[in-house]
Design a binder for this molecule. Structure first.
Ligand SMILES: Cc1cc2nc3c(=O)[nH]c(=O)nc-3n(C[C@H](O)[C@H](O)[C@H](O)COP(=O)(O)OP(=O)(O)OC[C@H]3O[C@@H](n4cnc5c(N)ncnc54)[C@H](O)[C@@H]3O)c2cc1C
Length: 405
């Protein structure tokens, strides 16, 4: 079949690489705008709503609610090419796929998400397969996180975050709070030492949310190791080496339960293309942070986790990026300048308890950028929990992917 595609010299006016949150939001919006030659290059037959994995790991949502068949979410009138991009030649305007097909395009949207580098931390890949460790960053492992939390009655629980940009930078903390609140409910919190390892000097990049999170960790008695990282792990001994980058010291801690988050970067194949930002080894697609247009190839745009924009890598950011990108792409197709601007908005629904959440919303200025009128979402609240558990998943499947919100 692929040879057939290659032989036919497949061409689409608009080619979108990746049919995840970003790719499908853009494809739907382009369809609403009347575009009728759009293809989405997407290898997976499943589509995941990843934000729910935190709640799956915390025992607050079933795993199956986070997945749907890709076919059921693909917008009508869009061609789905079930293959993976392997290379992009932006001069020739051709994408080569894993199966060897060549797809040419007039306009390209790059949104294949982020790469999880499990092997970058020695022992981490093996650890998450071992009985005492897990990670909500994998669909199949999120239920295991909950099993570990549920069965723990005493000992040391460790929650780690890597350095560098990752998707949903709040996720490594959220699962610790869900776990701590469960242990509090069960009356075993005092018997469990909770260690949270953060690469940052503070709990969060925006002060008002950092202050609130300081209160949350104090409430649960969580030991926070700031400026620190898990630099290796020995799953057989259940020991993790924590390096404090500020003091240069290392310590080895035994854990009875570990929730690990891998370092992340652009996909390797994407890093090797001319679209990657040469000044940044993370390899993200080099786009203007406001227009989302490539800085060197004006017919190329990127959004979501694979873009170089310095916002927090979240679905919330994509909700604001997609309409900007589509408006600018349509302008460029008309021979006009890309004038719509993305503000850097991102948000992080921080679950601080099993029924409480605070909504951290901010933009490139790193100042709070609240979008919900009248209520103060900078403190943990029950109604924000309902937003996370019920409203946002509904919005994702019914409004965001179909390009209506
Ligand atoms: C545990 C966890 C919790 C999170 N919590 C939140 C939250 O509370 N709020 C929030 O806003 N965000 C959250 N996020 C982040 C959010 O899920 C991502 O930011 C978002 O999914 C990024 O969208 P994307 O389209 O860029 O990438 P993805 O949604 O990951 O989609 C990428 C797509 O590209 C496809 N692809 C991969 N390689 C190729 C290739 N070579 N060729 C073609 N296609 C390819 C993939 O199969 C996938 O379908 C969370 C993420 C995780 C893991």
């Amino acid at each position: 079949m692929t040879k057939g595609i290659a032989a036919m010299g497949i061409h689409h006016k608009i080619l979108i690489i990746g049919g995840g949150n970003a790719g499908l939001s853009v494809a739907s919006r382009l369809r609403h705008a009347g575009q009728n030659d759009i293809a989405v290059l997407e290898p997976s037959d499943k589509h995941y709503y990843q934000p729910l994995w935190t709640l799956v790991g915390g025992g607050r949502a079933p795993q199956k609610e986070s997945v749907r068949d890709q076919a059921s979410v693909m917008p009508r009138g869009v061609a789905w090419i079930r293959d993976a991009a392997n290379h992009i030649d932006p001069e020739a305007q051709v994408v080569t796929t894993a199966a060897g097909a060549e797809i040419s395009y007039d306009y390209l949207v790059v949104s294949p998400g982020i790469q999880l580098d499990w092997d970058k931390i020695p022992g981490m890949a093996e650890a998450v397969e071992s009985p005492a460790a897990s990670s909500n960053f994998r669909y199949d492992l999120a239920p295991k996180t909950w099993e570990l939390i549920r069965s723990m009655r005493s000992g040391t629980a460790m929650f780690t975050m890597p350095s560098g940009p990752i998707k949903c930078a709040g996720a490594p903390q959220k699962i610790a709070y869900l776990a701590a609140d469960y242990w509090r409910e069960q009356g075993v919190l005092d018997d469990i030492r909770i260690v949270m390892v953060l690469p940052t000097p503070g709990m969060f990049g925006v002060k008002v949310f950092a202050d609130e999170l300081e209160r949350v960790v104090a409430k649960y008695g969580i030991e926070v190791r700031k400026n620190s990282e898990m630099t290796s792990v020995d799953p057989a001994a259940q020991e993790a080496v924590i390096t404090d980058h500020a003091s240069g010291t290392q310590e080895t801690l035994h854990y009875d339960m570990l929730h690990a988050v891998p370092p992340q970067c652009a996909p390797d194949w994407l890093k090797a293309t001319d679209l990657a930002d040469p000044s940044n080894p993370a390899g993200y697609v080099e786009v203007d942070k406001h227009t989302l247009q490539h800085t060197r190839y004006p017919n190329v745009f990127a959004l979501g986790d694979a873009g170089s924009t310095p916002n927090s890598k979240t679905g919330a950011a994509i909700r604001k990026q997609a309409p900007v990108l589509v408006q600018n792409l349509l302008s460029v197709m008309e021979g006009e300048a890309a004038e719509a601007r993305y503000s850097g908005y991102g948000s992080c629904p921080l679950t601080t308890a099993r029924n409480r959440m605070l909504l951290a919303e901010f933009d490139y200025t790193l100042q709070p950028a609240p979008s919900i009128p009248l209520i103060d979402t900078t403190h943990e609240r029950w109604d924000m929990w309902l937003l996370k558990r019920y409203v946002l998943p509904f919005m994702y499947w019914r409004l965001i992917l179909p390009g209506r919100a």
